[in-house]
Design a protein around this ligand. Structure first.
Ligand code: FAD
Length: 649
């Protein structure tokens, strides 16, 4: 029987008609009434910026918040490789059904079928919208938009703007947002960090935010709240995410009653620049697009490995027959373009077996020599020029001369706030979009699908579905920010800040965060097992205690204080880390990015347990120090055959 607290609200009927059916049944708010309604959007990445621009254009009163000094500096700006859409421009027989199928399969059958189909269905409209905004997608000689391939897919459906797709898409969304800001329908609050969600009579009615420049704690009321606050990859300290990316808003919502779904599904990206010391705070991604033309290998002979590590030879000196193109060998059908989880585990397997290059032994090669020969310098430059430049700046090695060295790193989180088909959380009036929700990617996200999802949510789904909730609200007066619920939430935030300053210990926030990162990578990283996950829960608990005894937060609240910001976020990262470990412990199967060592085939591939785990794990907060309660949303696949993922033939 379905869990009464997890009603997905997926419409009945054939898959291809569900979204049209839902749209036709959604109640509409008239233009006069839209003007009376206020919506808070937290986050200005592709999810938040597109949602706020659309809602403003529709006539709602929107307030938008972000941590950075300008909305266009959201983490989305870092996205490199591209955005998927089922346009079939390459005439390779692509379609909505194929995009749907690849995404469900890529997610290892742990996503909600109806949501993924809708995502594929609206994907083409996203490209049209962005082109109309002037986003400079790459074009073929004849003027058509160009496409390339991404992992887990046998066609080419990825639209791109060199290695700066996120930046160009965000500039498009930001331009639309600015139009609304100028028109007065959107009011922008940069450098404002949400520190709590306010619930009145069980519904989301506002937020408490800290003005990051003055330290003032401010109250904001609305008829509905949308969280577009991104993912929680920085729980691991080192990740490809922007330094400010965090999971705090989602955690604040969780503590106020929003369920958190599939927290253990974190994506480890195979092509990042390897860690090069203990003083690093950020990892750099080398886009997946590079796997279109780059070939991944390690030496076949251990003597060559040793010589490389001692810098006695260069990789280019190793002859062809002594190279192991292990992805092409193990997965001939997809080769270097297997999905990220598969490519990451294969790299780890080679490094664990002693074939890893780099001084640490934790790296493999991504080689363009063949591509340069085949396509010529100019064509490769056109496709990947800025990525090559970035790699050379960071490592002082030119990918034109020697292969890049890469290693897997934390990159994206598929888990997030549980949402129904309308993208509403378990708290009425609270919506979650973009990376902040769990919706479409199951156990593993395919490349170029995050931008597609963020913009689908923001431009084409939320602006409609939120109307259904708001159609009951236009006769309600504006939310009174003097209500006791605001009073209490503000008091709790101020007490939390005072408590942090009162510790007056000796350790920096970063040094403790780094320790959390080590625990997470060791026990909740690329390979997980029961003993390790139990250990992680204990170790995180101890580290939390150490933090509250020994952290030092310098300065005061009444100033621009990034140490305070980081400390507030770290408090939430402890809780997320623990929840991730708990969820990973519960999910005794290997699936997508979640690899339980106890559950693998003889060839080291993931072994799912569909009989016992074909569900979304949604966790309900039960109070501080108490174990959360697990709720299950059963996943039914009525339109897709469930098979073991196979990228070999
Ligand atoms: C290096 C890199 C490259 C990538 N390349 C691709 C790609 O090519 N294709 C693809 O599909 N995906 C890619 N991704 C993934 C993709 O970029 C992200 O998943 C996506 O941009 C997330 O968008 P978002 O709108 O959900 O959140 P974000 O862009 O992370 O934005 C979050 C927003 O929330 C704000 N915020 C957070 N917390 C608070 C708070 N408490 N109070 C106020 N504001 C808050 C932030 O300031 C920010 O404005 C890449 C990711 C990385 C790291």
């Amino acid at each position: 029987m379905a869990d009464p607290k997890l009603i997905s609200n997926v419409p009945e009927g054939p898959l291809k008609d569900k979204w049209s059916k839902r749209k036709s049944s959604i109640r509409v708010v008239s233009p006069n009434n839209k003007r009376k309604l206020e919506i808070i959007v937290v986050g200005t990445g592709l999810g938040g910026a597109s949602a706020a621009a659309s809602l403003g254009e529709m006539g709602y009163n929107v307030k938008i918040f972000c941590i950075s000094d300008s909305p266009r500096r959201a983490h989305s700006i870092a996205a490199q490789g591209g955005i998927n859409a089922a346009k079939n421009y390459q005439n390779d027989n692509d379609s909505v059904s194929r995009l749907f199928f690849d995404t469900v399969k890529g997610g290892d059958y742990r996503s909600r079928e109806a949501n993924v189909y809708r995502l594929a269905e609206v994907s083409a409209a996203i490209i049209d919208q962005c082109v109309a905004q002037g986003v400079p997608f790459a074009r073929e000689y004849g003027g058509y938009l160009a496409n390339r391939s991404f992992g887990g897919v046998q066609g080419s459906r990825t639209f791109y703007a060199r290695g700066q797709t996120g930046q160009q898409l965000l500039l498009g969304a930001y331009a639309s947002l600015n139009k609304e800001i100028a028109a007065g329908t959107v009011k922008s609050y940069p450098r404002h960090e949400m520190l709590d969600l306010v619930i009145i009579n069980g519904e989301a009615k506002g937020i408490i935010a800290r003005n990051l420049v003055t330290g003032e704690i401010e109250r904001f009321g609305a008829h509905a709240v949308v969280l577009a606050t991104g993912g929680y990859g920085n729980t691991y300290f080192l990740s490809t995410n922007a330094m400010n990316s965090n999971g705090s808003a989602a955690m604040q919502a969780y503590r106020k009653g929003a369920f958190f779904a599939n927290p253990c599904f974190a994506q480890i990206h195979p092509t990042c620049i390897p860690v090069h010391g203990d003083q690093q705070c950020k990892l750099t991604l080398m886009s997946e697009s590079l796997r279109n033309d780059g070939r991944i290998w390690v030496p076949k002979k251990k003597e060559d490995v040793m010589k490389l590590r001692k810098h006695e030879i260069k990789p280019s000196q190793i002859p062809e027959e002594d190279r192991d193109y292990y992805l092409e060998r193990r997965y001939p059908a997809f080769g270097n373009l297997v999905p990220r989880d598969v490519a990451s585990r294969a790299a780890k397997e080679r490094c664990d077996a002693g074939f890893g290059v780099n001084e640490t032994g934790l790296a493999v090669f991504l080689d363009f020599a063949d591509a340069i020969k085949r396509l010529g310098h100019q064509r490769v430059e056109e496709r990947y020029g800025n990525l090559f430049q970035m790699y050379e700046k960071i490592t002082s090695t030119s990918p034109w001369e020697e292969p890049m060295m890469i290693y897997p790193a934390i990159h994206y989180t598929m888990g997030g706030l549980w949402v129904d088909y309308d993208l509403q959380t378990t708290i009425p009036g609270l919506y979650a979009i973009g990376e902040a929700n769990f919706s479409d990617h199951g156990g593993n996200r395919l490349g170029a699908s995050a931008l597609m999802q963020g913009l689908a949510d923001g431009y084409f789904i939320l602006p409609y579905t939120i109307g259904n909730y708001l159609s009951h609200k236009f006769s309600e007066p504006k939310t009174d920010t003097n209500a006791p619920e605001f009073e209490e939430a503000e008091k709790a935030v101020k007490e939390r800040i005072a408590k942090l300053f009162a510790v007056k210990g000796t350790e920096t926030v970063d040094s403790i965060h780094k320790k959390l990162g080590h625990i997470m990578w060791e026990y909740v990283g690329m390979a997980r097992n029961e003993a390790g996950l139990k250990k992680a829960i204990v170790e995180i608990g101890k580290l939390r205690e150490e933090f509250w005894k020994n952290v030092r937060v310098p300065g005061t609240n009444e100033e621009f204080n990034q140490e305070l910001e980081k400390a507030l976020r770290l408090v939430d990262f402890f809780d997320i880390g623990e929840l991730m470990a708990r969820d990973a412990l519960n999910r005794r199967e290997s699936c997508g990015g979640h690899f339980r060592e106890e559950m693998q085939t003889e060839e080291g591939e993931t072994k799912r347990d569909d009989e016992n785990f074909m569900y979304v794990a949604a966790w309900e907060y039960k109070g501080e120090g108490k174990e959360p309660e697990l709720h299950k949303e059963e996943l039914k696949y009525e339109n897709i055959k469930i098979v073991t993922r196979n990228y070999k033939d």
